[in-house]
Structure formats: structure tokens, C-alpha cells
Design a binder for this molecule. Structure first.
Ligand code: UDP
Ligand code: MG
Length: 348
């Protein structure tokens, strides 16, 4: 029985890349205002990739339960030099689930993930594709060139998060890497093989290995609307990412336990020394209360951490689907005419 997965048959050379094509996965949640202009930019991009590499592209818009007109607009988009799929989820499942739905529906070989708010510049895609086709990289990920416009607190939190999640890890998750990345056919196949339901996409895309390269870029300002990730949601996402990807918090818990126990032991010895050798009577009260409160607080935190992991085990055990597709439609780009033939299947 083979316990690993062999994806070597999908390896790409410059000659085979074009035949395999590229799927661009775009999760959209209430992005109606900028969808048409983004689509236009993607159509232009597809034409230029076709021209340069003979690479055929498709775009997979995953509507993550938007409450505005995103879905209606997405259905009406023209397949102008690019195949278009619109996958509409039954409710808002969150970006990670939307990315997974896009990956599952992608029909071409390589897969590129980009945000639907215009912050991930389509102009950069040609460079990413170049690293894949010309230089033979499997995972081309982008990272913020700098964090100068962010507060010190936020930068320190990010530092701490990555220090913790990468602690003792063989394959480190690159700091600052975003979800804007390209996976070669074999890397995409590897990512599809990972069975977990609690997905931390950045971590998994790095964990699979292969030849990876970093591309620095400056994210554009959001063209409209506001980020859906508030500070509170980011903290939640960090806990989610940490606990579904790494056991570092459990190790910190054990280490802290060892430290506290050693401290208590030494403290006990010193009290014994004072009583037996120096003959001092121990007043006791303040040290007792401080000790009690420290141990009590630390224990509660540790129980919380263990609880997070038990929650993860429960959700993996329940094995619920990560998303439901309520509607799926697709349009094939026709090489000769501007509008593609429409094919539509409801309630996939
Ligand atoms: N998004 C999504 N589901 C959500 C929240 C966001 O599909 O529940 C999409 C959103 O439409 C956008 C991308 O994820 O295309 C990134 O979201 P956002 O711009 O709010 O995050 P930020 O850029 O601030 O990290
Ligand atoms: Mg954004």
C-alpha cells in the first residue's frame, strides 16, 4: 500500500505548460462595485497570456454568499477570450472555503488565486506565470514588499504569530506571504490531496513543498468598500490558523508548565532553607495568593488551548462538507466570437 501521493506525471515543462492551461480562482464576497472592471482586466490578461505563451485561461468566480448584486453581475460576464465559471455557494462560508471551492472546480492544470477587490494586481500575473513556465517553479507566492503603513502593534503581532506557527517546523511558512499565488499542475494536485477540513491555505500551500519562489509586490488600495477582516476577525483567523496547522501552542503550554513547576520547586526549597537554617517564620499570605492566582490563570489558559484542539478534532470527525454549491454556470470562450456559448447547470 502506498501512503504517499505521486504527482510526478503532472510535472510541467515549457512545452507542456500551455496545453495544461491556467485557472484563475477569484473569491468574491459583496464585490459588485468592482467586478466588471476586474473582469475586463482579466480578459485583457488572458489575451496577453494566450499571445505570449499560447496559454488558455479560465476564471472561476466563487460567490461566497454575497448579499449584494455580485452573483447577478457575475452571471452576466462575457467570456471574452477567457472561459468563465461562476460557482455560487449556498451561504457565506468564508474565504478559505471559497478558495477550496474554486480549486475543486478549476478545470485547467495550473491554478492562480487572487482576491476579487482589485488589491491583487492582474498586471503582476504575467510575471508569476513566467516564473512557472520559463523558470520551472511550482509555487509562485507573493508577499507584501513592506509593512510601513501598518501599526507597530500589528507588525509585532504578525511577527509573534509566524514565530509561533513556524516553531520547530521543517517547512517554514514565509512571513508576509499572501493568498495571491500560482500553483503548477502538480502543486495544485498535491493541494487537492490534503484531506483536512480546517484549512489554513497559506500554511498548506507552503507545506506541500516543491520549488517555491517569492515575489514581492505592493498591494493596491482597495478600489471600493472595506476589508471584511476586522482586527477581531484577524485574531480569530490567527487562532484558527495556528491550531489547525501547528501544535506549537500545546508545546508552549507544556513548556510553561515545566517552567512554573521548576519555579515552584525552587521557591519551596528556599522557604525550607529559611525555616530550617535561618529559623525565620514564613508570613505566607501574599505569596500564597499570588501563587494561587498565577497557577489558576495559567491553567485556565491551558484548558482553553487544549479545548481549541478538541474543537478541531470534533469538526474533523464530523467530516461535514466545507461548502455547498447552490448554483454553477459556465461560459466557454470562443476563439472567433466575443461572446461564448453558454451552458448552465442549476443546483450542482
Ligand atoms: N472574501 C470571501 N469571503 C469572505 C470574506 C472575503 O470570499 O467571507 C473575499 C473577498 O471578496 C475578497 C477576498 O476574499 O476577494 C479578500 O477579502 P478582503 O479584501 O476583505 O480581505 P483583505 O484584503 O483585507 O485581506
Ligand atoms: Mg482585500
Amino acid at each position: 500500500m502506498m501512503l504517499g501521493t505521486d504527482v510526478s506525471s503532472l510535472s510541467t515543462t515549457a512545452a507542456t505548460a500551455a496545453a495544461q492551461g491556467l485557472s484563475i480562482v477569484v473569491p468574491v464576497y459583496n464585490e459588485a462595485a468592482g467586478l466588471a472592471s476586474l473582469h475586463q482586466r482579466l480578459c485583457d490578461l488572458a489575451k496577453s497570456l494566450d499571445h505570449r505563451y499560447r496559454l488558455r485561461c479560465e476564471v472561476v468566480y466563487v460567490d461566497d454568499g454575497s448579499s449584494d448584486a455580485t452573483l447577478v453581475l457575475a452571471r452576466g460576464l462575457k467570456a471574452d477570450g477567457i472561459d468563465v465559471q461562476v460557482v455560487s455557494l449556498s451561504r457565506n462560508f468564508g474565504k478559505e472555503a471559497a478558495l477550496m471551492a474554486g480549486l475543486d472546480h478549476a478545470r485547467k492544470g495550473a491554478v492562480l488565486f487572487m482576491d476579487g477587490d482589485g488589491q491583487h494586481p492582474p498586471d503582476l500575473v504575467e510575471k508569476l506565470v513566467g516564473h512557472w513556465i520559463d523558470d520551472g517553479y511550482d509555487v509562485v507566492y507573493t508577499a507584501k514588499a513592506h509593512r510601513d503603513n501598518e501599526s507597530l502593534l500589528r507588525r509585532l503581532s504578525v511577527r509573534g504569530f509566524y514565530a509561533l506557527i513556524n516553531w520547530g517546523a521543517r517547512q517554514k511558512i514565509p512571513e508576509d506571504a499572501g493568498d495571491f499565488r500560482l500553483l503548477s499542475p502538480r502543486a495544485a494536485a498535491a493541494l487537492r490531496q490534503l484531506p483536512e477540513r480546517n484549512r489554513f491555505f497559506k500554511g498548506l500551500a507552503s507545506w506541500i513543498g516543491f520549488r517555491q519562489i517569492r515575489v514581492d509586490y505592493e498591494p493596491a488600495a482597495r478600489e471600493h468598500g472595506m476589508t471584511t477582516f476586522s482586527a477581531g476577525r484577524l485574531v480569530g483567523l490567527s487562532i484558527e490558523g495556528l491550531t489547525s496547522f501547528s501544535v506549537a501552542p500545546l508545546r508552549v503550554a507544556s513548556l510553561l508548565g515545566v517552567l512554573l513547576a521548576s519555579f515552584a520547586f525552587l521557591f519551596g526549597l528556599s522557604i525550607l532553607w529559611e525555616t530550617l537554617i535561618d529559623g525565620k517564620s514564613v508570613p505566607g499570605y501574599p505569596s500564597l495568593i499570588v501563587g494561587l492566582m498565577t497557577i489558576g490563570g495559567v491553567q485556565l489558559i491551558m484548558i482553553g488551548i487544549v479545548g481549541e484542539y478538541i474543537g478541531k478534532i470534533l469538526s474533523e470527525l464530523k467530516a461535514r462538507p466545507i461548502y455547498f454549491v447552490a448554483e454553477h454556470c459556465e461560459k466557454r470562450a470562443d476563439a472567433r466570437t466575443d461572446s461564448g456559448a453558454e451552458q448552465r447547470t442549476a443546483a450542482e
